[in-house]
Ligand binder design. Structure first.
Ligand code: ADP
Ligand code: ZN
Length: 743
């Protein structure tokens, strides 16, 4: 979210209003455009057109046409300007009042241009394309005279998929559109009308229900009551892993569906697996609509239209599903509500859980937040009486929570170059011998986090960022985890030129897999991390694990996300100390959640589980509390720290980052901002300090942190501070309200 160039934006706003005499006899509407603009533009409505608030329209902007949304009608025309006409009205249900109110709120709260917020609502391009382009390419019996690999690929793909648009077909095959068009000219493809979208099946609230235990039934009853009250409320469904939270919130969804409402089930993107979707499908006897970043354009269009028409009833989606054109939303469930992945920080920053709550209060419907390790924010809202606390204390059926044991690495140091202590090795061996699955958790991608020259001590660093290059041995590359830069592993030190002197330092998940393969001969090992597998291959691996094709799982935080592996009985945490010492005020909470979630993977089936946690700091209060299963103790400690330091949820924070390609220029801009800080009691501005990641992609970065009490108007303060500031040249200013990243 950029606060840059405000004055520039105003200028471009004016320049599109052609300055001539205004005739004053047609009505004027203001239209918000999905661009980085603070203000709506005014347009005249042609006589034949009827517009209402919320209509999607095509309007001219300079030489091009842009799709926007009518935000106000019958507005006063700016004096002395001749406005341009709205060009086209789309035949779509208008954007509802609650949705527009929500967008206005987001723009104000997160200090983002309204247009950029609106943009998130229009991520289904097909909806706004002119109708004439909607032809699909269908394979005929003819084949090209000359077959090329590219052509062959297009034909192969076309044989498997329904008729697609040329562009989609080309994208699928990874070729240019001209390849498809060329084949069409030779008669290999014929154009047909795109087949109509397959309608969504109507879910059955009573599909396939399990018989709830009495404690589950009690929880379900509270959620059902919240739904049938048809009013705003927030329930925090707080239940240990495997307690049946999913089955319980399904009951709330069923109640909303029975009342004719639409339901949104939000998940962190990586938890949105096929296995989970199938579970929803079975429960409601109908496939839900999906919404996430990897969807094909036509499927996006299908979902967008069906939600807008009120036909699709359930969406299982990632955070951006909030911005679908909901007609009749009656419930949002936010699963794994503690997940930091709900905070979007590229582009417009927003927190999907927080926005859900705001949406519910505006639209007068209930919200269910579910987690085994709820965020401190939500727990404090329970303390404050704002959220209802619905708890599930035990695992379902015979499953019990795993025993958690700390392994003191000072007493059991592994041999140099290895990372598994003897007690953990023995535990893995026993688990595999018993025919069960074991998990080794290490939250570090790649082979080694650092590569060092044994001769001169040189460390391989990214040329554009202040971070070490991480070796990825599977891909034979060194990679920067901040800018994505990658390069081959050099065979000699770039500094001293010595050959074979570069050594990997520290473990990454690939190196751990190497050690495991040596130690546990015959184990079927699978590595789960976001760079090794994503999308389909990740889903496949997760299914294979659930079906028992592997018995040793080595994973990053990807494995901590709500998966249900019934045969997994041992969770080993290789390095619990990794995340404890950082400047992030939520580091302790996050470590707690992650370790508790990882431990919670074990013993979800018939067999009991255990968790072993390797640490050099067994006396750390957080780890002690974890081992003792003392959540209340940990939380009390954590609340006290936050309260004393006036940190969220007791105070408010905003991060302000100044960046630029020239160090001196960036620094003096930051200093200039520092001089302008308004003096207000109870508001502190820390900084400017070089950001912990002082350089990313060649840009130098300085941070300010604004800290206020809960009562203060933090946006008002920042707005006043930055008013009239316009970063020039390469300089950029970005504001992050409620930051989750402190890098
Ligand atoms: P959570 O969401 O709390 O981790 P789940 O709802 O996924 O827990 O439940 C864990 C497992 O136990 C799932 O396989 C689920 O189907 C099963 N389960 C939970 N409650 C019941 C029940 N009442 N009857 C049968 N199976 C249940
Ligand atoms: Zn980099």
């Amino acid at each position: 979210m950029l606060a840059s160039g405000r004055s520039f934006l105003r200028m471009s706003n004016d320049s599109q209003l052609v300055q001539t005499d205004f005739e004053g006899n047609s009505s004027v509407v203001s239209v918000v455009l999905p661009l980085a603009l603070d203000e709506a533009y005014s347009y005249t409505v042609p006589r034949h057109m009827q517009l209402q608030i919320g209509d999607y329209v095509n309007v001219p902007l300079g030489p091009r046409l842009v799709v926007g949304v009518v935000w106000a009608v019958d507005v006063a025309a700016p004096k002395g300007m001749r406005l341009r006409d709205v060009r086209q009205k789309f035949e779509l249900p208008p954007m509802g009042q609650t949705q527009r109110k929500l967008l206005d709120w987001i723009a104000k709260y997160y200090m983002a241009p309204l247009g950029m917020v609106l943009r998130g609502c229009m991520r289904a391009k097909g909806v706004f394309e002119p109708a004439r382009m909607k032809v699909a390419y269908q394979l005929t019996d003819l084949r090209p005279e000359r077959m090329t690999p590219q052509r062959a690929r297009v034909i192969e793909i076309a044989q498997e998929l329904p008729a697609l648009k040329a562009k989609e077909l080309a994208d699928e095959a990874g070729v240019g559109v001209s390849v498809v068009k060329g084949l069409a000219e030779q008669g290999v493809f014929e154009t047909v009308d795109l087949p109509p979208f397959t309608p969504f099946e109507k879910p059955d609230p009573n599909g396939m229900r399990v018989v709830l235990s009495s404690s589950q039934e009690k929880a379900a009853l509270q959620l059902r009551q919240a739904v049938t009250a048809r009013n705003f409320s927030v329930c925090l469904l707080d239940g240990v892993t495997g307690s049946g939270k999913t089955e319980v919130y399904f009951e709330a969804m069923a109640a909303a569906l029975a009342g004719g409402k639409q339901v949104l089930l939000l998940l962190p993107e990586i938890a949105l697996t096929n296995t989970f979707l199938r579970r929803v499908e079975e429960r409601f006897a109908a496939a839900p609509a999906e919404w996430h970043s990897e969807m094909k354009p036509r499927e996006r269009e299908r979902v967008w239209r069906a939600i807008g028409a009120g036909e699709a009833k359930i969406v299982v989606g990632a955070r951006s599903a909030l911005f679908l054109p909901w007609q009749n939303l009656g419930l949002i469930v936010v699963d794994e509500e503690h997940e930091a992945a709900y905070k979007q920080s590229d582009g417009t920053s927003y927190h999907a859980r927080d926005i859900s709550v705001v949406y519910g209060s505006m639209g007068k419907f209930p919200i269910v937040l579910a987690s085994a390790t709820p965020s401190l924010e939500s727990l404090v809202n329970v303390d404050r009486g704002k959220y209802k606390h619905v708890t599930l204390k035990n695992r379902h059926g015979r499953a019990v929570l795993p025993d958690i044991e700390l392994l003191d690495m000072r007493a059991n140091p592994p041999q140099s170059g290895t990372w598994l202590s003897d007690p953990l090795v023995t535990a893995v061996e026993e688990t595999l011998a018993a025919g069960s699955q074991a998990l080794l958790f290490l939250n570090r991608r790649g082979y080694a986090p650092l590569t060092l020259c044994r001769t001169c001590g040189h460390r391989l660093q990214c040329g554009d960022c202040s971070s070490w290059l991480v070796e990825h041995r599977f891909q034979r590359k060194l990679m920067c985890h901040h800018c994505g830069h990658s390069e081959p592993v050099p065979d000699k030190c770039p500094e001293c030129g010595d050959e074979h002197s570069l050594v990997p330092c520290g473990p990454g998940i690939e190196r751990l897999a190497e050690e495991a393969a040596e130690r546990f001969e015959g184990a079927d090992i699978v590595v789960l991390s976001s760079d090794v597998s994503r999308g389909v291959s990740l889903h496949q691996k997760i299914r294979d694990i659930a079906e028992g094709k592997y018995n040793l799982i080595i994973g990053t935080q990807l494995v901590a996300k709500g998966h249900h592996f019934p045969n997994l009985t041992l969770a080993g945490v290789v390095d619990a100390d990794l995340a404890l010492e950082t400047s992030d005020p939520r580091a302790g909470e996050r470590t707690w959640q992650l370790l508790a979630q990882v431990a919670g993977r074990a013993g979800r089936g018939e067999k009991p589980g255990r968790a072993l946690i390797q640490t050099y700091m067994p006396d750390h209060p957080l780890l002690e509390a974890l081992a003792a299963g003392d959540r209340e103790g940990f939380l009390a400690h954590e609340k006290q720290i936050r309260q004393m330091a006036n940190l969220p949820p007791y105070g408010q924070l905003a991060g302000i980052i100044v960046s630029g390609s020239d160090l001196n220029q960036t620094q003096s801009f930051a200093n200039e901002l520092a001089r302008r800080v308004p003096r207000v009691p109870d508001i502190q501005v820390l900084g400017p300090a070089p950001a912990p990641l002082a350089q990313i992609r060649g840009r130098f970065r300085f941070r300010f942190l604004v800290r206020t009490t809960r009562e203060q108007d933090i946006q008002g303060f920042i707005g006043a501070w930055l008013d009239g500031v316009s970063p020039r040249g390469s300089l950029k200013l970005s504001v992050d309200v409620d930051p989750y990243s402190f890098l």
